[in-house]
Design a protein around this ligand. Structure first.
Ligand code: UT7
Length: 325
Protein backbone atom coordinates (compact mmCIF):
# COMPACT_ATOMS: atom_id res chain seq x y z
CA UNK A 1 0.00 0.00 0.00
CA UNK A 2 1.20 3.54 -0.78
CA UNK A 3 2.64 5.76 1.94
CA UNK A 4 0.61 8.74 3.12
CA UNK A 5 1.38 11.69 5.40
CA UNK A 6 -0.95 11.73 8.35
CA UNK A 7 -1.37 14.86 10.49
CA UNK A 8 -0.68 13.30 13.88
CA UNK A 9 -0.46 16.50 15.95
CA UNK A 10 -1.21 20.23 15.77
CA UNK A 11 -0.01 23.24 17.77
CA UNK A 12 0.02 27.02 17.64
CA UNK A 13 1.35 30.13 19.35
CA UNK A 14 0.31 33.78 19.27
CA UNK A 15 1.92 36.71 21.09
CA UNK A 16 0.26 37.83 24.33
CA UNK A 17 -0.26 41.48 23.32
CA UNK A 18 -3.71 42.17 21.85
CA UNK A 19 -4.11 45.24 19.61
CA UNK A 20 -7.78 46.10 19.04
CA UNK A 21 -9.31 48.17 16.24
CA UNK A 22 -9.89 50.89 18.85
CA UNK A 23 -6.15 50.87 19.61
CA UNK A 24 -5.47 51.44 15.89
CA UNK A 25 -7.93 54.36 15.81
CA UNK A 26 -5.37 56.15 17.99
CA UNK A 27 -2.49 55.48 15.56
CA UNK A 28 -3.96 56.00 12.06
CA UNK A 29 -7.04 57.60 10.48
CA UNK A 30 -9.29 54.53 10.69
CA UNK A 31 -12.31 53.23 12.61
CA UNK A 32 -13.49 50.00 14.17
CA UNK A 33 -16.55 50.09 11.89
CA UNK A 34 -14.40 50.40 8.70
CA UNK A 35 -12.05 47.58 9.72
CA UNK A 36 -14.83 45.26 10.96
CA UNK A 37 -17.13 45.75 7.98
CA UNK A 38 -14.40 45.62 5.28
CA UNK A 39 -12.29 42.81 6.74
CA UNK A 40 -14.01 41.03 9.66
CA UNK A 41 -11.02 41.78 11.90
CA UNK A 42 -11.64 42.96 15.48
CA UNK A 43 -8.19 42.51 16.98
CA UNK A 44 -4.76 41.03 16.25
CA UNK A 45 -1.70 39.92 18.23
CA UNK A 46 1.56 41.85 18.07
CA UNK A 47 4.89 40.45 19.23
CA UNK A 48 6.69 41.93 22.18
CA UNK A 49 9.71 39.65 22.41
CA UNK A 50 7.88 36.71 20.77
CA UNK A 51 10.00 36.59 17.64
CA UNK A 52 9.49 34.32 14.64
CA UNK A 53 11.68 31.61 16.20
CA UNK A 54 10.06 31.91 19.64
CA UNK A 55 6.58 31.49 18.12
CA UNK A 56 7.70 28.67 15.80
CA UNK A 57 9.32 26.73 18.66
CA UNK A 58 6.26 27.09 20.92
CA UNK A 59 3.85 26.03 18.16
CA UNK A 60 6.12 23.07 17.35
CA UNK A 61 6.36 21.97 21.00
CA UNK A 62 2.54 22.03 21.21
CA UNK A 63 2.27 19.98 18.00
CA UNK A 64 4.80 17.40 19.28
CA UNK A 65 2.87 17.17 22.54
CA UNK A 66 -0.44 16.60 20.76
CA UNK A 67 1.22 13.96 18.52
CA UNK A 68 2.69 12.42 21.68
CA UNK A 69 6.15 12.06 20.15
CA UNK A 70 9.61 13.27 21.11
CA UNK A 71 11.52 15.86 19.06
CA UNK A 72 14.20 13.18 18.61
CA UNK A 73 11.90 11.26 16.25
CA UNK A 74 11.67 14.16 13.76
CA UNK A 75 13.79 13.73 10.63
CA UNK A 76 12.56 16.72 8.59
CA UNK A 77 11.71 20.33 9.53
CA UNK A 78 10.13 22.65 6.95
CA UNK A 79 9.17 26.21 7.89
CA UNK A 80 7.08 28.57 5.77
CA UNK A 81 7.98 32.16 6.61
CA UNK A 82 8.84 35.48 4.98
CA UNK A 83 9.91 37.09 8.24
CA UNK A 84 12.92 35.02 9.33
CA UNK A 85 15.04 36.46 12.11
CA UNK A 86 18.19 36.15 10.06
CA UNK A 87 18.98 35.85 6.37
CA UNK A 88 20.69 32.62 7.37
CA UNK A 89 20.65 30.19 9.05
CA UNK A 90 17.10 29.23 8.21
CA UNK A 91 14.34 29.44 10.82
CA UNK A 92 14.10 25.66 10.44
CA UNK A 93 17.73 25.18 11.60
CA UNK A 94 17.13 27.46 14.60
CA UNK A 95 13.99 25.48 15.48
CA UNK A 96 15.95 22.23 15.10
CA UNK A 97 18.58 23.49 17.50
CA UNK A 98 16.12 24.77 20.13
CA UNK A 99 14.02 21.62 20.11
CA UNK A 100 16.99 19.24 20.21
CA UNK A 101 16.04 17.58 16.92
CA UNK A 102 18.77 15.13 15.96
CA UNK A 103 21.85 16.13 13.99
CA UNK A 104 21.53 14.97 10.40
CA UNK A 105 17.80 15.68 10.08
CA UNK A 106 16.94 17.93 7.11
CA UNK A 107 15.77 21.48 7.89
CA UNK A 108 14.88 24.28 5.48
CA UNK A 109 12.57 27.30 4.99
CA UNK A 110 10.25 28.07 2.12
CA UNK A 111 9.28 31.60 1.08
CA UNK A 112 5.73 31.84 -0.25
CA UNK A 113 4.21 34.59 1.92
CA UNK A 114 0.64 33.71 2.97
CA UNK A 115 0.93 30.37 1.13
CA UNK A 116 4.08 29.50 3.11
CA UNK A 117 2.45 26.82 5.24
CA UNK A 118 0.82 25.02 2.30
CA UNK A 119 4.11 25.16 0.36
CA UNK A 120 5.92 23.69 3.39
CA UNK A 121 3.23 21.03 3.83
CA UNK A 122 3.39 20.12 0.14
CA UNK A 123 7.19 19.68 0.30
CA UNK A 124 7.10 17.58 3.48
CA UNK A 125 4.26 15.44 2.12
CA UNK A 126 6.32 14.65 -0.98
CA UNK A 127 9.39 13.69 1.12
CA UNK A 128 7.21 11.36 3.16
CA UNK A 129 5.51 9.80 0.14
CA UNK A 130 8.93 9.22 -1.45
CA UNK A 131 10.13 7.45 1.71
CA UNK A 132 12.75 10.16 2.37
CA UNK A 133 11.29 11.15 5.77
CA UNK A 134 9.17 9.39 8.39
CA UNK A 135 8.21 12.15 10.78
CA UNK A 136 8.17 15.80 9.72
CA UNK A 137 7.55 19.01 11.58
CA UNK A 138 5.83 21.56 9.33
CA UNK A 139 5.52 25.12 10.61
CA UNK A 140 3.90 28.30 9.28
CA UNK A 141 4.99 31.45 11.08
CA UNK A 142 5.18 35.17 10.42
CA UNK A 143 5.85 38.34 12.36
CA UNK A 144 4.40 40.94 9.99
CA UNK A 145 4.46 43.60 12.73
CA UNK A 146 8.18 43.94 11.81
CA UNK A 147 7.58 44.66 8.13
CA UNK A 148 4.38 46.73 8.35
CA UNK A 149 4.36 50.49 8.06
CA UNK A 150 2.37 51.42 11.18
CA UNK A 151 1.57 54.77 9.52
CA UNK A 152 -0.09 53.14 6.48
CA UNK A 153 -3.77 52.51 7.29
CA UNK A 154 -4.29 50.51 4.10
CA UNK A 155 -2.04 47.69 5.39
CA UNK A 156 -1.40 48.05 9.13
CA UNK A 157 -4.97 47.19 10.12
CA UNK A 158 -4.89 43.88 8.24
CA UNK A 159 -2.01 41.87 9.66
CA UNK A 160 -1.00 40.22 12.94
CA UNK A 161 1.68 37.88 14.26
CA UNK A 162 1.27 34.14 14.84
CA UNK A 163 2.42 30.58 14.22
CA UNK A 164 1.01 27.12 13.75
CA UNK A 165 2.61 23.71 13.33
CA UNK A 166 1.73 20.13 12.47
CA UNK A 167 3.52 16.81 12.84
CA UNK A 168 3.30 14.63 9.73
CA UNK A 169 3.80 10.90 10.24
CA UNK A 170 4.31 8.37 7.45
CA UNK A 171 1.73 5.61 7.43
CA UNK A 172 -0.34 3.34 5.26
CA UNK A 173 -4.12 3.46 5.04
CA UNK A 174 -6.88 5.82 4.03
CA UNK A 175 -6.12 8.70 6.40
CA UNK A 176 -3.75 11.58 5.66
CA UNK A 177 -3.02 13.96 2.79
CA UNK A 178 -5.05 12.81 -0.24
CA UNK A 179 -3.97 15.56 -2.60
CA UNK A 180 -1.79 18.68 -2.44
CA UNK A 181 -1.04 21.37 -5.02
CA UNK A 182 0.99 24.58 -5.03
CA UNK A 183 1.03 27.25 -7.75
CA UNK A 184 2.61 30.60 -8.49
CA UNK A 185 2.48 33.43 -11.01
CA UNK A 186 5.48 35.72 -10.59
CA UNK A 187 4.16 38.15 -13.22
CA UNK A 188 1.95 39.62 -10.50
CA UNK A 189 4.67 40.07 -7.84
CA UNK A 190 3.92 43.81 -7.55
CA UNK A 191 0.42 43.17 -6.25
CA UNK A 192 1.74 42.29 -2.81
CA UNK A 193 5.37 42.55 -1.75
CA UNK A 194 7.85 43.73 0.86
CA UNK A 195 11.19 44.97 -0.51
CA UNK A 196 12.92 44.41 2.85
CA UNK A 197 16.39 45.55 3.74
CA UNK A 198 18.36 43.70 1.09
CA UNK A 199 19.32 45.81 -1.93
CA UNK A 200 17.45 44.08 -4.76
CA UNK A 201 19.57 43.77 -7.86
CA UNK A 202 16.97 44.15 -10.57
CA UNK A 203 14.20 46.27 -9.08
CA UNK A 204 13.85 50.00 -9.47
CA UNK A 205 15.66 52.27 -7.04
CA UNK A 206 12.40 53.41 -5.41
CA UNK A 207 11.44 49.87 -4.50
CA UNK A 208 14.89 49.17 -3.09
CA UNK A 209 14.70 52.16 -0.76
CA UNK A 210 11.30 51.34 0.61
CA UNK A 211 11.18 48.66 3.29
CA UNK A 212 7.54 47.93 4.14
CA UNK A 213 4.71 45.74 2.82
CA UNK A 214 2.91 47.13 -0.24
CA UNK A 215 -0.39 45.85 -1.53
CA UNK A 216 -2.85 46.55 -4.32
CA UNK A 217 -5.79 45.52 -2.13
CA UNK A 218 -8.59 45.63 -4.71
CA UNK A 219 -6.81 43.58 -7.36
CA UNK A 220 -5.50 41.11 -4.79
CA UNK A 221 -9.03 40.72 -3.44
CA UNK A 222 -10.52 39.86 -6.86
CA UNK A 223 -7.76 37.41 -7.76
CA UNK A 224 -7.95 35.76 -4.34
CA UNK A 225 -11.68 35.00 -4.68
CA UNK A 226 -11.31 33.61 -8.20
CA UNK A 227 -8.14 31.63 -7.54
CA UNK A 228 -9.10 30.06 -4.20
CA UNK A 229 -12.50 28.93 -5.50
CA UNK A 230 -10.92 27.23 -8.52
CA UNK A 231 -8.09 25.71 -6.45
CA UNK A 232 -10.65 24.04 -4.19
CA UNK A 233 -12.84 22.64 -6.98
CA UNK A 234 -9.76 21.37 -8.85
CA UNK A 235 -8.22 19.62 -5.86
CA UNK A 236 -11.49 18.10 -4.69
CA UNK A 237 -11.98 16.65 -8.16
CA UNK A 238 -8.37 15.40 -8.20
CA UNK A 239 -9.04 13.56 -4.94
CA UNK A 240 -12.11 11.92 -6.51
CA UNK A 241 -14.49 13.81 -4.20
CA UNK A 242 -17.27 16.41 -4.49
CA UNK A 243 -17.58 19.74 -2.65
CA UNK A 244 -20.45 18.24 -0.60
CA UNK A 245 -17.86 15.86 0.88
CA UNK A 246 -15.97 18.74 2.54
CA UNK A 247 -16.55 18.50 6.29
CA UNK A 248 -14.42 21.58 7.04
CA UNK A 249 -12.74 24.17 4.83
CA UNK A 250 -9.89 26.03 6.54
CA UNK A 251 -9.07 28.97 4.27
CA UNK A 252 -6.29 31.52 4.62
CA UNK A 253 -7.66 34.24 6.90
CA UNK A 254 -7.04 37.45 4.92
CA UNK A 255 -10.51 39.00 4.73
CA UNK A 256 -13.91 37.67 5.84
CA UNK A 257 -15.42 38.95 2.58
CA UNK A 258 -12.98 36.80 0.55
CA UNK A 259 -13.86 33.80 2.72
CA UNK A 260 -17.61 34.43 2.38
CA UNK A 261 -17.37 34.86 -1.39
CA UNK A 262 -15.46 31.56 -1.64
CA UNK A 263 -18.04 29.86 0.58
CA UNK A 264 -20.90 31.13 -1.60
CA UNK A 265 -19.16 30.09 -4.81
CA UNK A 266 -18.84 26.54 -3.48
CA UNK A 267 -22.31 26.61 -1.84
CA UNK A 268 -20.81 25.51 1.47
CA UNK A 269 -22.90 26.03 4.63
CA UNK A 270 -21.48 28.27 7.39
CA UNK A 271 -20.67 25.40 9.72
CA UNK A 272 -18.30 23.88 7.15
CA UNK A 273 -15.97 26.87 6.99
CA UNK A 274 -13.64 27.72 9.87
CA UNK A 275 -12.79 31.35 10.62
CA UNK A 276 -10.86 33.04 13.41
CA UNK A 277 -9.88 36.21 11.51
CA UNK A 278 -11.75 38.39 14.02
CA UNK A 279 -9.16 37.51 16.71
CA UNK A 280 -5.91 37.46 14.74
CA UNK A 281 -6.24 39.29 11.40
CA UNK A 282 -4.01 37.97 8.62
CA UNK A 283 -1.05 36.12 10.16
CA UNK A 284 0.37 35.20 6.73
CA UNK A 285 2.02 31.74 6.86
CA UNK A 286 0.73 31.28 10.42
CA UNK A 287 -2.89 31.65 9.36
CA UNK A 288 -3.93 28.14 8.23
CA UNK A 289 -2.06 26.05 10.85
CA UNK A 290 -3.23 28.41 13.62
CA UNK A 291 -6.83 28.02 12.43
CA UNK A 292 -6.39 24.25 12.07
CA UNK A 293 -5.07 23.94 15.62
CA UNK A 294 -8.02 25.94 16.97
CA UNK A 295 -10.48 23.86 14.93
CA UNK A 296 -8.97 20.59 16.21
CA UNK A 297 -8.93 21.77 19.83
CA UNK A 298 -12.55 22.96 19.50
CA UNK A 299 -13.61 19.46 18.36
CA UNK A 300 -14.53 20.69 14.86
CA UNK A 301 -12.51 17.93 13.13
CA UNK A 302 -13.50 14.27 13.53
CA UNK A 303 -11.79 11.06 12.42
CA UNK A 304 -12.51 10.39 8.76
CA UNK A 305 -13.55 14.00 7.98
CA UNK A 306 -12.49 15.54 4.68
CA UNK A 307 -10.64 18.75 5.57
CA UNK A 308 -9.51 21.22 2.90
CA UNK A 309 -6.91 23.98 3.23
CA UNK A 310 -6.62 26.80 0.68
CA UNK A 311 -4.26 29.77 0.55
CA UNK A 312 -3.45 32.83 -1.51
CA UNK A 313 -0.65 35.34 -1.10
CA UNK A 314 2.32 37.36 -2.33
CA UNK A 315 4.32 35.96 -5.21
CA UNK A 316 1.65 35.50 -6.32
CA UNK A 317 1.36 32.08 -4.74
CA UNK A 318 -1.56 29.82 -3.95
CA UNK A 319 -2.15 26.26 -2.89
CA UNK A 320 -4.68 23.72 -1.67
CA UNK A 321 -4.59 20.48 0.30
CA UNK A 322 -7.19 17.76 0.91
CA UNK A 323 -6.78 15.65 4.03
CA UNK A 324 -8.80 12.71 5.30
CA UNK A 325 -8.55 13.21 9.08
O1 UT7 B 1 -3.08 37.57 2.47
C1 UT7 B 1 -2.72 37.88 1.18
C2 UT7 B 1 -3.79 38.37 0.39
N1 UT7 B 1 -4.29 39.64 0.81
C3 UT7 B 1 -5.54 39.89 0.58
O2 UT7 B 1 -6.22 39.01 0.09
C4 UT7 B 1 -6.10 41.24 0.84
C5 UT7 B 1 -7.09 41.58 -0.23
N2 UT7 B 1 -7.69 42.89 -0.17
C6 UT7 B 1 -8.56 43.28 0.81
O3 UT7 B 1 -8.79 42.55 1.75
C7 UT7 B 1 -9.27 44.58 0.64
O4 UT7 B 1 -9.06 45.07 -0.66
C8 UT7 B 1 -8.84 45.67 1.67
C9 UT7 B 1 -9.36 45.30 3.04
C10 UT7 B 1 -7.35 45.79 1.69
C11 UT7 B 1 -9.45 47.01 1.29
O5 UT7 B 1 -10.86 46.93 1.26
P1 UT7 B 1 -11.68 47.59 0.05
O6 UT7 B 1 -13.11 47.36 0.34
O7 UT7 B 1 -11.10 46.99 -1.21
O8 UT7 B 1 -11.37 49.10 0.23
P2 UT7 B 1 -10.64 50.10 -0.79
O9 UT7 B 1 -9.18 49.76 -0.88
O10 UT7 B 1 -11.43 50.13 -2.06
O11 UT7 B 1 -10.79 51.47 -0.05
C12 UT7 B 1 -12.06 52.08 0.14
C13 UT7 B 1 -11.88 53.37 0.90
C14 UT7 B 1 -10.81 54.29 0.32
O12 UT7 B 1 -11.26 55.62 0.49
P3 UT7 B 1 -11.93 56.40 -0.75
O13 UT7 B 1 -10.88 56.41 -1.82
O14 UT7 B 1 -13.14 55.60 -1.13
O15 UT7 B 1 -12.23 57.74 -0.17
C15 UT7 B 1 -9.61 54.08 1.22
O16 UT7 B 1 -8.75 55.19 1.27
O17 UT7 B 1 -11.44 53.08 2.25
C16 UT7 B 1 -10.26 53.84 2.56
N3 UT7 B 1 -9.45 53.10 3.49
C17 UT7 B 1 -9.63 53.14 4.83
N4 UT7 B 1 -10.50 53.84 5.59
C18 UT7 B 1 -10.45 53.65 6.93
C19 UT7 B 1 -8.45 52.22 3.22
N5 UT7 B 1 -7.96 51.69 4.38
C20 UT7 B 1 -8.68 52.26 5.38
C21 UT7 B 1 -8.66 52.12 6.78
N6 UT7 B 1 -9.57 52.83 7.50
N7 UT7 B 1 -7.82 51.28 7.42
Amino acid sequence: MALRSRISGTGSCVPRKVVTNQDLERIVDTSDSWISSRTGIKERRVSVGETTVVMAVKAARNALKSADISAKEIDLVVVGTVTPEMIFPSTACLVQSQLGIKSGAAAFDVSAACSGFLYALDAADKYIKAGAAKKALVIGVDQFSRIIDWKDRSTCVLFGDGAGAVVLSAGEGERGVLSSVIHSDGRHWEMLYAPGSIQPSHFEEKAANDYYVKMNGNETFKLAVRTMGKAITDIIEDAGLATEDIALLIPHQANIRIINATKERLKLPDDRVFTNIEKYGNTSAGSIPLALDEAVRAGRVKDGDIVVFVSFGGGLTWGATVVRW
